[in-house]
Design a protein around this ligand. Structure first.
Ligand SMILES: [Fe+2]
Length: 198
């Protein structure tokens, strides 16, 4: 069975087409799909030209939980890792502010997947703001092999996540991540991404 994209849902027919046209297949109450990672809004705070870096933390932030984010990027076959994929990540700082103009590009970074399709960065769990859940923005840039993906990462247990609001469809659930402690004793989440191939 595929590693990704399965969500327990009760009471759905064996085959269904979602409102976005993706095919859902049910096997013993498990919904699976071959769909790419679901999208989310870009929001108004994206900036181009963020520096390439693996650490988005900064001096002066001691109020939030240090966090490592890891993940692997695949094509929609769920098996082929995609290397050299360009990813922008960004989130608000500990004062709920997005750095839109400083040269520090605070809480922003550009990443590229390695030969195994892996990416990682260190940051902290951003605070919620303006009624939104805690979240980290992703822009995966289009290449010759895959389509662009705009999405967001959320955290399990965040009571600001409202059903039928930020998370509308069953497969959005896989972007709501468990925080666990890694071998280095650091809080960690894993967001694997599945890109639509060209
Ligand atoms: Fe945001």
């Amino acid at each position: 069975m595929e590693r990704r994209n399965f969500v327990k849902v009760v009471g759905i027919s064996a085959f269904a087409v979602s409102s976005t046209g993706f095919k859902l297949v049910e096997t013993d109450g498990i919904i699976s799909t071959n769909d790419p990672t679901s999208t989310d809004m870009l929001g108004p705070f994206f900036r181009k030209n963020a520096p390439i870096r693996h650490d988005l933390r900064y001096d002066g932030n001691t109020s939030e939980i240090p966090l490592k984010v890891i993940g692997k990027v695949f094509g929609t076959d769920s098996e082929t890792p995609l290397s050299n994929v360009e990813i922008d990540v960004w989130h608000c700082d500990h004062k709920k502010h997005y750095d839109m103009d400083s040269d520090a590009f605070k809480c922003r970074g550009k990443l590229f997947t390695n030969e195994n399709g892996e990416y990682w960065y260190k940051t902290f769990v951003p605070p919620p703001y303006q009624g939104r859940p805690k979240h980290i923005h992703y822009l995966i840039h289009k290449s010759e092999t895959h389509q662009e993906l705009v999405t967001q990462l959320y955290f399990k247990g965040d009571n600001k996540i409202k059903r039928n609001n930020w998370v509308k469809y069953p497969w959005d659930e896989k972007r709501i991540l468990d925080i666990y402690t890694n071998a280095d004793g650091m809080a960690e989440v894993q967001l694997d991404l599945y890109l639509e191939l060209i």
